[in-house]
Write a protein that binds this ligand. Structure first.
Ligand SMILES: O=P(O)(O)OC[C@H]1O[C@](O)(CO)[C@@H](O)[C@@H]1O
Length: 540
């Protein structure tokens, strides 16, 4: 049965009417009218304190958004996901990343398979291997201890562990360095290998399909480097392990499937961070910390599955995002972590959000009649403050932002952390309330400069404050965004779990390679042909 276009539902139309009257309300007035707002429009999930009071919403807005989620069937779709129904309809697959962090005692049989037992068997295999590497029981071909782990993967097989290795660097084994190679640009692997000793280097080749050209090209280069360095093909067995769903391709590449860590087609690439794709992270932080991270994910998974929408934090954040995207016209969403270790978090979220919700047809194949996923971007504060915040404060676009803060730093160096946090709080305050022309004048600013120095304010932010960036908190944060993205996809009526849009470029690149080398003549549009010819001339 096809779903009705969401924009034709009474819930959507009620929001459209509400936006026309309430959409311009200023945060200054909303706070003045309700002294409790800053402690009322907050929620807690796990260790996360989420303050959504500085969003341009009223109680009525939130109630209408919850109605919209119900009209879109969010509770039913959520249950369908957790139960393992094939909600990824274009690939006829279940979507079960939540099962990757289910406790051992959980029960879930999907398509006749005991999913939880399978997950824990791989987690145990990963833990045994990670401990061997960490303790030095696993040695390289020459008997040397492993001191560098290079994860080779791209997209979902890179961004999760790479982001988390940075985030959790303070928890990492002091004798093991983690490196990540993703780009097919040879500079990436060349830079990673520069100065490494093959005898003490382990490569984790992570690829769900094991056919991704970037990953396979990098893995071949790494293997050639290793075999040349150690002078023996047999060295590959002790220096290469694979993470994949595709045992045939792994064996074809020359990695013993005994050294393969598996996962399943019901784990989407960008949702695979808590599958065996986390192996390099587990080696870095150890199985115990890794388990804490999975428990953090699970806390938010359970909250999302069981909490009524009115208090369901990922759902509320998703719905507030829909308010901005569809009713107030915001095209982008900024994620601004006040934590240097989260430098790769926005990049991780870009794939999670934009590959999931960058869609223009509904699950029924009809054109979507409303805007879908926003452009997601960001940088750690305070760096962003000295770069792009100007546009958020005084530009002409609405840029809703998430601000992520932590009470305790990884390292206490007085006065850094209080300064960092003061900036975090100051930005949220300045963005929301601004500075009026009268206030500027009262400072004695010359009349001609008043417009330039006035801050309109009313720029919305959501503040997420956690005690510290621990493995559990990181898991909670990622799950929060996963379910936020899911919520939005359900409301828009799209399939958040396929990514056909990445295919065409891959096919065309395959055709262009022989044209660049001169084996084939370029056969494209006049622009592409001219660029290929120019490249060829200058490569000579
Ligand atoms: O893990 P694989 O199969 O190498 O795929 C890598 C990435 O490529 C994509 O399929 C497309 O970009 C992503 O969804 C995925 O995370």
């Amino acid at each position: 049965m096809s779903r009705p276009d969401i924009s034709t539902t009474p819930a959507w139309q009620a929001l459209a009417a509400h936006a026309a009257t309430a959409g311009d309300a200023h945060l200054r007035d909303l706070f003045a009218a309700d002294p409790e707002r800053g402690t009322r429009l907050v929620a807690e999930v796990g260790d996360l304190y989420v303050d959504y009071s500085k969003n341009r919403v009223t109680d009525e807005t939130l109630a209408l958004l919850v109605d919209l989620a119900r009209a879109a069937g969010l509770p039913e779709r959520t249950e369908a996901m957790f139960r393992g129904e094939h909600i990824n309809t274009t690939e006829d697959r279940a979507v079960l990343h939540t099962a990757l962090r289910a406790p051992r005692s959980a029960e879930l049989v999907v398509d006749g398979q005991d999913v939880v037992a399978d997950v824990h068997a791989v987690l145990d295999q990963m833990a045994a291997f990670a401990e061997q590497v960490r303790t030095g029981a696993w040695t390289g071909h020459t008997g040397a201890r492993i001191s560098t782990v290079v994860n080779i993967g791209i997209g979902g097989s890179d961004l999760g562990p790479a982001m988390a290795a940075g985030a959790l660097a303070p928890f990492s084994h002091p004798g093991i360095r983690s490196l990540f190679v993703s780009n097919v640009d040879g500079d990436d692997i060349a830079d990673a290998l520069d100065g490494l000793d093959p005898a003490s280097t382990l490569f984790v080749v992570a690829s769900k399909t094991f056919t991704t050209i970037e990953t396979i090209t990098n893995a071949r280069t790494a293997r050639a480097w290793l075999v040349e360095g150690l002078g023996d093909d047999a060295a590959v067995a002790k220096h290469f392990v694979a993470v994949s769903t595709n045992a045939t391709e792994v064996a074809g590449f020359g990695i013993d499937t005994a050294n393969m860590f598996g996962f399943w087609d019901w784990v989407g690439g960008r949702y695979s961070f808590t599958s065996a794709v986390g192996l390099s992270l587990m080696i870095a932080i150890g199985p115990e910390r890794y388990r804490e991270m999975l428990d953090g994910f699970h806390t938010v998974d359970e909250h999302f599955r069981t909490t009524p929408l009115e208090r369901n934090v990922p759902a509320l954040l998703g719905l507030i995002g829909i308010w901005y995207r569809n009713f107030l016209g915001a095209a982008t969403h900024a994620v601004l972590p006040y934590n240097q270790h989260l430098a790769r978090f926005p990049a991780y979220l870009q794939q999670l959000d934009m590959e999931s919700n960058g869609k223009s047809v509904t699950v029924d194949g009809e054109p979507v009649r409303v805007e879908t996923g926003p452009v997601v971007w960001g940088e750690p504060g305070t760096n962003g403050q000295h770069a792009f915040y100007q546009l958020i404060h005084q530009g002409t676009q609405l840029v809703p932002a998430d601000l992520l803060g932590f009470v305790r730093p990884a390292v206490e160096i007085d006065p850094h952390h209080d300064l960092l946090t003061a900036n975090l709080l100051a930005q949220a305050e300045a963005l929301a309330f601004g500075k009026t022309a009268d206030e500027v004048r009262a400072d004695g600013v010359a009349a001609d400069l008043v417009p330039h120095r006035t801050f309109a304010g009313n720029h919305p932010t959501t503040m997420v404050l956690a005690p510290a960036l621990t493995p559990s908190v990181l898991g909670q944060l990622v799950a929060l965004y996963e379910h936020k993205v899911f919520t939005q996809g359900v409301v828009w009526g799209i399939n958040s779990f396929d990514q056909w849009g990445v295919e065409l470029g891959k096919v065309l690149a395959g055709r262009i390679v022989p044209e660049l080398t001169g084996e084939d003549e370029p056969a494209h549009d006049s622009s592409t042909n001219a660029l290929i010819r120019r490249y060829r001339e200058q490569r000579r």
